[in-house]
Design a protein around this ligand. Sequence first.
Ligand code: SAM
Length: 213
Amino acid sequence: MSTVAESYDRLAQGYDADYGTPMNRAEEREISRLVEPYTRGTLLDAGCGTGLLLDMLPTIAGYTGVDLSAGMLEKHKQKHPSRVAHRADAWSGLQKFHNIVSLFGSPSYSSVVEVTDGLRNRLRPRGNFFLMPYAAGRTKTAATGEHLVDAHAALWYDTSAAEWQASLKTIGARNVVVRGFNLLGSKRLLRAEAPLAHRFPDRCQYLIITGVM
Ligand SMILES: C[S@@+](CC[C@H](N)C(=O)[O-])C[C@H]1O[C@@H](n2cnc3c(N)ncnc32)[C@H](O)[C@@H]1O
């Protein structure tokens, strides 16, 4: 079993509780507003975890979740029993989708090339993507939860916005926008700092990367 799967199997039980603060809720409200346009047609939730995307937008029709962690998928099944979610590597596989969404760090457990090749292979023509890898400026202080173990130790936080841009250009992605997203604790603050996050994405906690194949 991969290290990622083992780590998230350990985290799964307390995962939703760890991310249940008012600050997390404010982030989620903002992200659900931003990701909503990427949910029409079939959708791959890449690294779906315990099903946050469905928690935020429960009526998404063409949903498929994949995750490496059986523990996270078990929680997903408890919360969303009628939804398709299975154990697989998000960035390999043959089925194609209109949209690929990968929230709150899920793309950062694979190399940039694995992720961008996955987008190229798994998106239908003119398919859209919405990715949230960790930004290079992420601080580990963001990961302070009761149940959190050192799942982040093996991660690299040094993939810059420019590296994502370059890799997406290589695969021919269009309309690519890479911006930053921060944990600031309220919808108003998140909105207020958005222009700064656009300008200094590598200083943020997450990147938000959108585009079309
Ligand atoms: C930080 S959690 C985020 C989960 C969920 N997207 C959310 O926002 O709550 C990262 C998840 O990505 C999964 N993951 C990491 N790499 C993956 C891969 N290559 N394929 C499938 N799942 C992956 C992990 O098992 C974990 O559940």
